[in-house]
Ligand binder design. Sequence first.
Ligand SMILES: NC(=O)c1ccc[n+]([C@@H]2O[C@H](COP(=O)([O-])OP(=O)(O)OC[C@H]3O[C@@H](n4cnc5c(N)ncnc54)[C@H](O)[C@@H]3O)[C@@H](O)[C@H]2O)c1
Length: 196
Amino acid sequence: MTEQNLNGRAAIVTGGAAGIGGATARRLAADGAKVLIVDVVEEQAEANAKRIRDAGGNAITMIGDVSQESVAKEMVERAVSEFGRLDILIQNAYGGGADRAGSAVEVEPDAWRSGMDLLVTAHYLGAKYAVPAMEESDAAPGYEPEPWTGRGRRHGSPPAANVGRIVNISSVHGMLQAPRSLIYEAGKAAVIGLTR
Ligand SMILES: NC(=O)c1ccc[n+]([C@@H]2O[C@H](COP(=O)([O-])OP(=O)(O)OC[C@H]3O[C@@H](n4cnc5c(N)ncnc54)[C@H](O)[C@@H]3O)[C@@H](O)[C@H]2O)c1
Protein backbone atom coordinates (compact mmCIF):
# COMPACT_ATOMS: atom_id res chain seq x y z
CA MET A 1 0.00 0.00 0.00
CA THR A 2 1.23 3.49 -0.88
CA GLU A 3 2.21 5.78 1.97
CA GLN A 4 -0.24 8.71 1.89
CA ASN A 5 2.47 11.37 2.14
CA LEU A 6 0.47 13.95 0.17
CA ASN A 7 -2.53 13.96 2.50
CA GLY A 8 -4.03 17.44 2.68
CA ARG A 9 -2.35 18.65 -0.51
CA ALA A 10 -4.13 19.84 -3.65
CA ALA A 11 -2.80 19.32 -7.17
CA ILE A 12 -3.56 20.28 -10.77
CA VAL A 13 -2.45 18.01 -13.62
CA THR A 14 -2.74 19.50 -17.12
CA GLY A 15 -3.31 16.88 -19.79
CA GLY A 16 -4.26 14.60 -16.91
CA ALA A 17 -6.81 12.55 -18.84
CA ALA A 18 -4.42 10.01 -20.34
CA GLY A 19 -0.80 9.06 -20.94
CA ILE A 20 1.88 10.32 -18.55
CA GLY A 21 -0.44 12.98 -17.12
CA GLY A 22 -3.14 10.38 -16.52
CA ALA A 23 -0.74 8.16 -14.61
CA THR A 24 0.65 11.17 -12.70
CA ALA A 25 -2.87 12.14 -11.60
CA ARG A 26 -3.51 8.60 -10.38
CA ARG A 27 -0.21 8.47 -8.48
CA LEU A 28 -0.76 11.86 -6.80
CA ALA A 29 -4.24 10.74 -5.74
CA ALA A 30 -2.94 7.39 -4.47
CA ASP A 31 -0.46 9.36 -2.36
CA GLY A 32 -3.35 11.29 -0.81
CA ALA A 33 -3.55 14.50 -2.88
CA LYS A 34 -6.81 15.95 -4.17
CA VAL A 35 -6.42 16.25 -7.93
CA LEU A 36 -7.93 18.55 -10.56
CA ILE A 37 -7.48 17.06 -14.03
CA VAL A 38 -7.49 19.71 -16.78
CA ASP A 39 -7.76 18.40 -20.33
CA VAL A 40 -9.43 19.03 -23.69
CA VAL A 41 -10.85 15.49 -23.98
CA GLU A 42 -13.84 15.31 -21.65
CA GLU A 43 -14.62 11.60 -21.91
CA GLN A 44 -11.08 10.50 -21.05
CA ALA A 45 -10.70 13.10 -18.31
CA GLU A 46 -13.93 11.91 -16.67
CA ALA A 47 -12.90 8.28 -17.05
CA ASN A 48 -9.57 8.89 -15.33
CA ALA A 49 -11.20 10.88 -12.51
CA LYS A 50 -13.72 8.06 -12.00
CA ARG A 51 -10.89 5.51 -11.94
CA ILE A 52 -9.22 7.57 -9.19
CA ARG A 53 -12.44 7.91 -7.19
CA ASP A 54 -13.22 4.20 -7.56
CA ALA A 55 -9.78 3.49 -6.06
CA GLY A 56 -10.67 5.68 -3.05
CA GLY A 57 -8.99 8.90 -4.25
CA ASN A 58 -10.27 12.42 -4.78
CA ALA A 59 -10.36 13.79 -8.34
CA ILE A 60 -12.42 16.24 -10.35
CA THR A 61 -12.12 17.50 -13.92
CA MET A 62 -12.15 20.75 -15.83
CA ILE A 63 -12.32 20.86 -19.62
CA GLY A 64 -10.23 23.53 -21.28
CA ASP A 65 -7.23 24.41 -23.43
CA VAL A 66 -4.44 25.37 -21.03
CA SER A 67 -2.75 27.57 -23.64
CA GLN A 68 -5.61 30.05 -23.07
CA GLU A 69 -5.08 32.58 -20.28
CA SER A 70 -8.71 32.33 -19.14
CA VAL A 71 -8.32 28.55 -18.66
CA ALA A 72 -5.04 28.88 -16.75
CA LYS A 73 -6.67 31.40 -14.42
CA GLU A 74 -9.86 29.38 -14.04
CA MET A 75 -8.08 26.09 -13.24
CA VAL A 76 -6.25 27.72 -10.33
CA GLU A 77 -9.47 29.36 -9.08
CA ARG A 78 -11.27 26.02 -9.39
CA ALA A 79 -8.61 24.12 -7.40
CA VAL A 80 -8.70 26.73 -4.65
CA SER A 81 -12.50 26.87 -4.52
CA GLU A 82 -12.91 23.06 -4.56
CA PHE A 83 -9.93 22.04 -2.42
CA GLY A 84 -9.31 25.19 -0.38
CA ARG A 85 -5.66 25.41 -1.44
CA LEU A 86 -3.09 24.66 -4.16
CA ASP A 87 0.21 22.86 -3.56
CA ILE A 88 1.24 21.12 -6.78
CA LEU A 89 0.98 21.99 -10.49
CA ILE A 90 2.05 19.42 -13.08
CA GLN A 91 2.33 21.11 -16.52
CA ASN A 92 2.14 18.15 -18.84
CA ALA A 93 -0.47 18.89 -21.54
CA TYR A 94 0.63 18.20 -25.08
CA GLY A 95 -1.12 17.79 -28.40
CA GLY A 96 0.86 17.09 -31.50
CA GLY A 97 -0.37 17.01 -35.06
CA ALA A 98 0.96 16.32 -38.51
CA ASP A 99 0.83 20.05 -39.22
CA ARG A 100 3.38 20.63 -36.46
CA ALA A 101 6.14 18.55 -38.09
CA GLY A 102 8.72 20.12 -40.31
CA SER A 103 11.70 22.41 -40.61
CA ALA A 104 11.55 26.22 -40.44
CA VAL A 105 11.03 26.21 -44.21
CA GLU A 106 8.13 23.76 -43.99
CA VAL A 107 6.29 24.86 -40.85
CA GLU A 108 3.48 27.40 -41.31
CA PRO A 109 3.31 30.43 -38.99
CA ASP A 110 -0.05 29.39 -37.51
CA ALA A 111 1.32 25.96 -36.54
CA TRP A 112 4.39 27.61 -34.99
CA ARG A 113 2.21 29.97 -32.95
CA SER A 114 -0.23 27.33 -31.71
CA GLY A 115 2.65 24.96 -30.95
CA MET A 116 4.45 27.59 -28.88
CA ASP A 117 1.17 28.51 -27.17
CA LEU A 118 0.76 25.00 -25.80
CA LEU A 119 4.39 23.96 -25.33
CA VAL A 120 5.66 27.21 -23.81
CA THR A 121 3.02 29.90 -23.13
CA ALA A 122 0.84 27.48 -21.15
CA HIS A 123 3.74 26.87 -18.73
CA TYR A 124 4.24 30.60 -18.20
CA LEU A 125 0.49 31.16 -17.68
CA GLY A 126 0.22 28.22 -15.27
CA ALA A 127 3.05 29.59 -13.13
CA LYS A 128 1.67 33.13 -13.32
CA TYR A 129 -1.61 32.13 -11.70
CA ALA A 130 -0.50 29.15 -9.57
CA VAL A 131 2.38 30.75 -7.67
CA PRO A 132 0.28 33.43 -5.89
CA ALA A 133 -2.32 30.78 -4.99
CA MET A 134 0.40 28.48 -3.64
CA GLU A 135 1.86 31.29 -1.51
CA GLU A 136 -1.63 32.20 -0.30
CA SER A 137 -2.19 28.53 0.65
CA ASP A 138 0.86 28.58 2.95
CA ALA A 139 2.43 25.30 4.01
CA ALA A 140 0.24 22.19 4.07
CA PRO A 141 -0.51 20.70 7.51
CA GLY A 142 2.49 18.73 8.75
CA TYR A 143 4.84 20.21 6.17
CA GLU A 144 8.28 21.14 7.52
CA PRO A 145 9.45 24.30 5.69
CA GLU A 146 13.04 24.22 4.52
CA PRO A 147 15.32 27.26 4.26
CA TRP A 148 15.13 28.98 0.88
CA THR A 149 18.20 27.95 -1.12
CA GLY A 150 17.12 29.22 -4.52
CA ARG A 151 19.38 31.62 -6.34
CA GLY A 152 18.49 34.84 -8.08
CA ARG A 153 15.43 37.03 -7.72
CA ARG A 154 11.96 35.63 -7.89
CA HIS A 155 9.02 37.92 -8.65
CA GLY A 156 9.95 40.12 -5.69
CA SER A 157 11.31 39.32 -2.26
CA PRO A 158 12.25 35.80 -1.18
CA PRO A 159 9.16 33.60 -0.70
CA ALA A 160 7.02 34.13 2.37
CA ALA A 161 6.98 30.39 2.90
CA ASN A 162 8.66 27.52 1.10
CA VAL A 163 5.46 26.18 -0.37
CA GLY A 164 4.20 24.81 -3.64
CA ARG A 165 5.80 22.72 -6.33
CA ILE A 166 5.55 23.19 -10.12
CA VAL A 167 6.70 20.37 -12.37
CA ASN A 168 7.12 21.36 -16.02
CA ILE A 169 7.32 18.39 -18.37
CA SER A 170 10.01 18.88 -21.00
CA SER A 171 11.60 16.06 -22.98
CA VAL A 172 14.91 14.66 -24.10
CA HIS A 173 13.96 16.60 -27.24
CA GLY A 174 14.64 19.78 -25.30
CA MET A 175 18.33 18.84 -25.17
CA LEU A 176 18.97 16.74 -28.26
CA GLN A 177 17.80 17.31 -31.80
CA ALA A 178 15.52 15.55 -34.23
CA PRO A 179 15.59 16.83 -37.79
CA ARG A 180 12.37 18.42 -39.11
CA SER A 181 10.83 18.66 -35.65
CA LEU A 182 11.32 22.40 -35.19
CA ILE A 183 8.29 23.18 -33.01
CA TYR A 184 8.66 20.31 -30.54
CA GLU A 185 12.44 20.72 -30.17
CA ALA A 186 12.25 24.51 -29.74
CA GLY A 187 9.26 24.29 -27.38
CA LYS A 188 10.78 21.64 -25.13
CA ALA A 189 14.10 23.52 -24.99
CA ALA A 190 12.17 26.64 -23.97
CA VAL A 191 10.47 24.70 -21.16
CA ILE A 192 13.91 23.92 -19.72
CA GLY A 193 14.88 27.59 -19.98
CA LEU A 194 11.75 29.00 -18.36
CA THR A 195 11.88 26.39 -15.59
CA ARG A 196 15.45 27.44 -14.72
N1 LIG B 1 5.47 9.90 -24.40
C1 LIG B 1 6.77 10.12 -24.41
O1 LIG B 1 7.59 9.26 -24.80
C2 LIG B 1 7.33 11.42 -23.87
C3 LIG B 1 8.70 11.58 -23.76
C4 LIG B 1 9.22 12.78 -23.24
C5 LIG B 1 8.35 13.79 -22.85
N2 LIG B 1 7.01 13.61 -23.01
C6 LIG B 1 6.15 14.71 -22.60
O2 LIG B 1 5.27 14.23 -21.59
C7 LIG B 1 4.01 14.90 -21.69
C8 LIG B 1 2.90 13.88 -21.83
O3 LIG B 1 3.15 13.06 -22.95
P1 LIG B 1 2.18 11.87 -23.32
O4 LIG B 1 2.94 10.98 -24.22
O5 LIG B 1 1.57 11.29 -22.07
O6 LIG B 1 1.08 12.65 -24.19
P2 LIG B 1 -0.41 12.21 -24.55
O7 LIG B 1 -0.69 12.76 -25.90
O8 LIG B 1 -0.63 10.77 -24.29
O9 LIG B 1 -1.26 13.02 -23.45
C9 LIG B 1 -1.33 14.42 -23.50
C10 LIG B 1 -2.63 14.86 -22.83
O10 LIG B 1 -2.73 16.29 -22.97
C11 LIG B 1 -4.05 16.62 -23.39
N3 LIG B 1 -4.05 17.90 -24.10
C12 LIG B 1 -3.71 18.14 -25.39
N4 LIG B 1 -3.82 19.45 -25.68
C13 LIG B 1 -4.26 20.05 -24.54
C14 LIG B 1 -4.58 21.41 -24.21
N5 LIG B 1 -4.45 22.38 -25.11
N6 LIG B 1 -5.02 21.68 -22.95
C15 LIG B 1 -5.16 20.68 -22.03
N7 LIG B 1 -4.86 19.38 -22.30
C16 LIG B 1 -4.42 19.07 -23.53
C17 LIG B 1 -4.46 15.45 -24.27
O11 LIG B 1 -5.87 15.38 -24.44
C18 LIG B 1 -3.89 14.27 -23.49
O12 LIG B 1 -4.79 13.80 -22.49
C19 LIG B 1 4.12 15.83 -22.91
O13 LIG B 1 4.46 17.13 -22.44
C20 LIG B 1 5.24 15.23 -23.72
O14 LIG B 1 5.88 16.17 -24.52
C21 LIG B 1 6.50 12.46 -23.49
